[in-house]
Write a protein of this length. Structure first.
Ligand SMILES: NC(=O)c1ccc[n+]([C@@H]2O[C@H](COP(=O)([O-])OP(=O)(O)OC[C@H]3O[C@@H](n4cnc5c(N)ncnc54)[C@H](OP(=O)(O)O)[C@@H]3O)[C@@H](O)[C@H]2O)c1
Length: 500
């Protein structure tokens, strides 16, 4: 019992402080995720959300805005009882987070909220703000000593992107480490919150049928393909600085690749998992000039047709420089030089304004010899295991079987557990899992600094090469599947991008 307030805080009772509470991320994802956590009874009884914004508004006004957003974005229909419960947890607080002298006052406010609500002990600082403010806020937290009197935990959640390159990421990390220890830093990669990404480990380590053949003796190649029909919408200011390499490759793709290729961890503790993922990143082949010349293709979309509608070229999008060199597409081939994966190419492609929206991990197994079947020129279909991440979510497996209707034909049979969940990429579900894990103190689905560092070292090398290159852009039509050279990249190895 706390002698001053006379209350007994529950184990996870916390104050959840959102910087950027009037922003798009909070409105579309965080609040709906919190609503669903209340609905699933996964939040502690004593839980307060301090929603920080700089606009003048009352808590009631803010709650109304949140309700409208939840009605629009939540996967669940709003139940007035659940909403009432969440609503009573929310306090709007006007605060200019650039004003470093005011953090002392913010601390007094948090202390009062904690006493009034019996949540003393635990604080989560969620930085849902533009990346240029991450360091400012962390500095304010330090100046106001907001992190110093947590009797339980004080955790800091940092949204993506974590830096713009290795240098800025290192500087940001050093600033945060002055205030929070590594175990209290939660670097968000919302892809890791997706069900199918978590399912990678389950499929591998709960099925002898897969794990026993998960190596270079049995696998021919692995493809990771994250493609989008969408363009950049109103996010030109962000995307012009980012491009596909920083937006998708450095974080989501590097994380997926390490989950697909990692060794079995000794247990499911967060550091055991992250240690194994990190080893994969350390085993990626050296990104030499020779490698870059042969194995990386960049693209930018021109105008085209998607779903029967004409769409603009990237350079004609609002707020995009009309001679922009930003890549909206990248395809590459990489190798992981360790005992398990030596010789197996990993083909990666990601881009915007492509012919389809899909996230897939495709494992193509090696063919058996043709000594028995397929002697005459029949087309042999490979064994394929496909993990559909979005918008189809599930597992697809292809194997060969006799066609019972024709007596002597062999046909591919397709087993598919996938279902179409159109908004998976954009729903708060991933954030539900991630917020719950932050409260529970499980950082397995968050990137540790050494992972971020290794991924930036690889991405930086590729980005620098792209910046020196003169490419004739745009080089693919919106609605196509990227530049012709991305097809040449894989076809010269006698393979194809697999679509099912
Ligand atoms: N939106 C997404 O779907 C998404 C997805 C993945 C990652 N992220 C990341 O999440 C972060 C937030 O993105 P967002 O799209 O939500 O950005 P946003 O819509 O621009 O929101 C930024 C928030 O910061 C507030 N703010 C700015 N300056 C302030 C100040 N001096 N004092 C107090 N509040 C201030 C804004 O308040 P006002 O309302 O007054 O301007 C707004 O609430 C970014 O790092 C982004 O990269 C976003």
């Amino acid at each position: 019992m706390n002698s001053e307030s006379g209350c007994i805080p529950e184990k996870l009772s916390s104050v959840f402080i959102i910087f950027g509470a009037t922003g798009d991320l909070t409105r579309r994802k965080l609040m709906s995720a919190l609503y669903n956590l209340v609905s699933d009874d996964l939040l502690p009884k004593n839980f307060v959300i301090i929603a920080i914004g700089r606009q003048d508004k009352t808590t009631d006004q803010y709650r109304e805005e949140v309700l409208a957003a939840i009605i629009k974005y939540s996967r669940n229909k709003v139940d007035p009882k659940i909403w009432q419960k969440l609503s009573s947890m929310i306090i709007y607080h006007k605060f200019d987070f650039k004003d470093l002298d005011e953090y002392v006052v913010l601390k007094s406010f948090i202390r009062k909220v904690e006493k009034d609500n019996c949540t003393e002990g635990n604080r989560v600082f969620y930085l849902a703000v533009a990346p240029l403010y991450f360091e400012t806020i962390v500095e304010g937290i330090q100046k106001g000593k907001l992190n110093e009197d947590c009797s339980g935990f004080c955790r800091c959640v940092i949204e993506k992107p974590f830096g713009k390159n290795l240098e800025t990421a290192t500087k940001l990390n050093e600033s945060i480490l002055k205030v929070f220890s590594e175990k209290n830093i939660y670097r968000i990669d919302h892809y890791l919150g997706k069900d199918m990404i978590q399912n990678i480990m389950v499929l591998r380590f709960c099925n002898s049928v897969f794990e026993s053949i998960w190596d270079n003796k049995h696998i021919d190649n692995i493809q990771i393909s994250l493609t989008e029909e969408l363009g950049i919408g109103s996010r030109a200011n962000y995307y012009e600085q980012s491009g596909a390499m920083r937006d998708m490759f450095q974080n989501h793709i590097m994380q997926i690749m390490s989950l697909v290729a990692m060794e079995p961890p000794v247990n499911l503790n967060m550091d055991s998992i992250r240690n194994e993922k990190q080893k994969v990143l350390e085993s990626i082949e050296e990104i030499s000039d020779e490698f870059l010349k042969k194995n990386v293709i960049f693209g930018q979309y021109g105008e085209g047709i998607i779903h029967g509608e004409k769409v603009s070229a990237y350079r004609d999008e609002e707020n995009v420089n009309h001679v922009s060199e930003t890549e909206t597409f990248v395809a590459l081939k990489m190798h992981i030089n360790n005992f398990r994966w030596a010789g197996v190419p990993f083909y990666i492609r990601t881009g915007k304004r492509l012919g389809t929206t899909s996230g897939e991990i495709i494992v193509q197994f090696k063919d058996l010899p043709n000594t028995l079947y397929y002697k005459e020129n029949r087309v042999k279909q490979p064994n394929l295991l496909i993990l559909h991440i979005q918008p189809n979510v599930g597992v697809f497996f292809q194997f060969n079987t006799k066609d019972f209707t024709t007596h002597n034909d062999i046909v591919p049979a397709k087993m598919d557990t996938s279902s179409f969940i159109p908004d998976q990429g954009n729903t708060p579900e991933a954030y539900e899992r991630l917020i719950h894990d932050i409260l529970r103190g499980d950082a397995s689905l968050f990137s540790r600094w050494d992972e971020v560092e290794s991924a930036w070292a690889i991405a930086d090398r590729i980005i620098k090469y792209r910046e020196q290159m003169k490419i004739d852009l745009p080089n693919y039509k919106a609605g196509s599947m990227g530049p012709q050279r991305a097809f040449d990249l894989i076809e010269k190895d006698g393979r194809n991008w697999i679509t099912v």
